[in-house]
Design a protein around this ligand. Structure first.
Ligand code: PMP
Ligand code: GLN
Length: 386
């Protein structure tokens, strides 16, 4: 009756945990969304565009002003030189961009190299497109790439590699050596790299973000995916970007036109305005999140939890076993959300094989009082089982 990929597919862990948090009134440190409303000027712009702007179908590939603003943005922040007309497509969030990439670039039987832990949308959509996943597991705590692993994963049938940088949920940023190594394999195997770089703007401690597209040999074979929802802390907006060389963009846009065709023009116009008019936001946002990261990490450490470093994203990971908690990640998360009023995400949900069961993910894009209350509740949940 239904396609086998979807027959037994569970609801995503983010929705499951947020659903439980809604039911129980728990503090939600699970799904990644800020509890601040996002930049006022950008929201006001969306309101203005809704009331006084154009609200009919915009151009299929996105408003020209948004594609131009995105090209300027990536030029300013990442030194990329993108042609807004031929190389940028606006999508309904990074999620649609990923689907468009998989549907348009994978043919049945093509092998696709993916890295565990992996964002939950990748595997079902790669499989639905007919791709054959070849999983490489990155080892905690560094989540670095090993040449031998790539040698084992890439074959004559490799068509695509899917990269997430910074990594959700590991909160690590790929090192230049790792990216260079991956680029070497992509070039040698004539493979396309789909780079989910939605967290590109949220990198801490002054480290630069390096897009894989900028590495030698990658400009023509990289599909770079971004998300305005992440750039402006407006996760519900679902305005995404796909950047890729013209030949790839033609195929990507072909899939996009039958997935959603377009994305609401009022939001596109507000994002276009925000990309050019909010330098203060982009300058301050990572620092503010870094302070929240440090507050949550400090509180958790003081409460006896073993906290992994976070180089980017809204997230940090906690090692339950190293924190003295003798419970699996999922059991702990279900217990904390129902009994202790705080939601977290079990990391095993990001693995298909060989999942660790000792790690959970917490979102620190929250106000101080929320973080402090979350720590108190997690400490109570820990006290019961140590
Ligand atoms: N990829 C990753 C790695 C993500 O973390 C997210 C959302 N948190 C997405 C894709 C989806 O982005 P969007 O909301 O723009 O669809
Ligand atoms: N990407 C968000 C996270 O990692 C969740 C997005 C979703 O719920 N689909 O928390």
């Amino acid at each position: 009756m239904v396609h086998p990929v979807f027959a037994d597919l569970p609801t995503t862990i983010f929705e499951e945990m947020s659903g439980l948090a809604r039911q129980t009134g728990a503090i939600n440190l699970g799904q990644g969304f800020p509890d601040q409303p996002g930049p006022l000027a950008v929201r006001q712009r969306a309101a203005l565009e809704t009331v006084e702007g154009y609200n009919q179908y915009p151009p299929m590939r996105g408003l020209a002003e948004l594609r131009a603003a995105a090209a300027r943005h990536y030029g300013r922040f990442q030194g990329l030189d993108l042609d807004p007309d031929l190389e940028i497509t606006v999508t309904s969030g990074a999620t649609e961009a990923l689907a468009a990439a998989f549907l348009s670039l994978i043919s049945p039987g093509d092998e696709v190299v993916l890295f565990q832990p992996l964002y939950d949308a990748y595997l079902p959509m790669v499989r639905r497109a007919g791709g054959v996943p070849r999983l490489v597991t990155l080892e905690a705590p560094g989540f670095r790439l090993e040449r031998a692993q790539l040698e084992a994963a890439f074959t004559a049938r490799t068509r695509m590699v899917v990269l997430n940088n910074p990594i959700n949920p590991a909160a690590t940023l790929w090192e230049d050596e790792d990216l260079a190594l991956l680029a070497e394999f992509c070039v040698a195997h004539d493979a396309i790299a789909v780079c989910d770089e939605v967290w590109e703007q949220i990198v801490f401690d002054g480290r630069p973000f390096r897009p894989l597209m900028a590495f030698p040999g990658m400009r023509q074979r990289t599909v770079k995916i971004g998300s305005a929802g992440k750039m402006f802390a407006l996760t519900g907006w679902k305005v995404g970007f796909i950047c890729a060389a013209p030949a790839l963009t033609r195929a990507l846009a072909g899939a996009h036109q039958f997935l959603t065709f377009t994305t609401p023009p009022n939001l596109q116009a507000a994002v276009a305005w925000g990309l050019d008019h909010c330098p203060d936001w982009f300058a301050a946002m990572p620092g503010a999140l870094q302070r929240s990261r440090d507050r949550l990490a400090g509180g958790l450490t003081a409460a006896g939890f073993a906290v992994a470093p976070s180089a980017g994203t809204y997230f940090l990971m906690v090692d339950l076993a190293a924190s003295g908690v003798r419970e699996s990640d999922r059991t702990f998360c279900l217990r904390t959300v129902t009994d202790h009023g705080v939601a977290a995400i079990p990391i095993s949900a990001f693995y298909e094989t060989g999942a660790p069961v000792n790690l959970i993910r917490l979102c620190f894009a929250k106000q101080d009082a929320t973080l402090d209350a979350g720590v108190e509740r997690l400490a109570r949940a820990r006290a019961v089982v140590i």
